[in-house]
Design a binder for this molecule. Sequence first.
Ligand SMILES: Nc1nc2c(c(=O)[nH]1)N[C@H]1C(S)=C(S)[C@@H](COP(=O)(O)O)O[C@H]1N2
Ligand SMILES: [Mo]
Length: 332
Amino acid sequence: MTAIRIEPGWRLPERLASPESVYLDRRRLLSAFGLGALTAGLGSAWPAAAAARAADRARISEPALGERYAELFPAERNPTYALGGRRTTPEGAAAGYNNFYEFTTDKERVWELAQGHPVDPWSIRVTGLVKKPRTLGLEELFKLFPLEERLYRFRCVERWAMQVPWTGFPLRRLIERLEPLSSASHVRFVSILDKSRLPGQTAYAWYPWPYYEALRLDEAMHDLAFVALGVYGHALPMQHGAPWRLAIPWKYGYKGPKSVVEIEFVDREPGTFWNEASPTEYGFFSNVNPDRPHPRWSQAAERDIGTGESRPTLLYNGYAAEVGELYTGREF
Ligand SMILES: Nc1nc2c(c(=O)[nH]1)N[C@H]1C(S)=C(S)[C@@H](COP(=O)(O)O)O[C@H]1N2
Ligand SMILES: [Mo]
């Protein structure tokens, strides 16, 4: 990925590394800042701008949908999906370190630039090789299937990794409901396009916006392929891809498009945003593989963004027993 600055990716800023800020106790922080604002009103030196920034920081994980659908969260955890001894990444670390190039390539600033981005109403076009092309609304997306929570490992191609509790349902259920034709072999997902509100779509004009990704249909139907509507027990904050995104835990993170507005069924392997922007990097499958280095770095090890620890990368990100059968070994 040409624009990725790998060096800063290894540095965890102090404010994210400290346990106090990592375990964001939103209520306590908010009341502390409320007190700060009051003191300012009484003539203390508390700078209003700093107070406002701190209050924003306290809202880092607020759902983009506000209270809408709050009654669906937290969903019951499905114990089948465990982390193999790893610990869940603290919410503040995951929420403050994102890739969402529509806003900025600065991972530590995505959350604040994304705050307030409108996601309601939202509609998803269902197109291509499908029995009935249609539009899907938020109400259907949140209410069609029972929600569950799953702990998944997550691995970015830039070598950082985390462990995240996603809330949602298997992508398979949605695909079955949409009734693709038997001629469909792949499914594409297209993210939001809004040059007036998404600064990255103008600033990085060389990318083929909007962001688009795809899976082979058998990959998309695999039980691990997950539609995420929430994270850490609440609906998604914008920086994680509200109102919905995919979590494909055995592939590099970029195979999980955020803020999706179109699902298209096609009969051949489609191009993807990163394959077309950077054809010398990984191919369509982009499965996590310690033995297949990026042109500019090894993938043998990864860094946990919560603890800063380094550890060996696992084939298929540790999901080889589950997904190995999808591949003959030649796909990459
Ligand atoms: N629309 C869109 N989806 C995207 C991206 C993006 O820039 N735009 N970045 C991808 C990459 S490279 C990663 S690692 C993950 C990051 O997800 P997170 O920020 O929720 O951890 O989102 C993926 N999905
Ligand atoms: Mo990534």
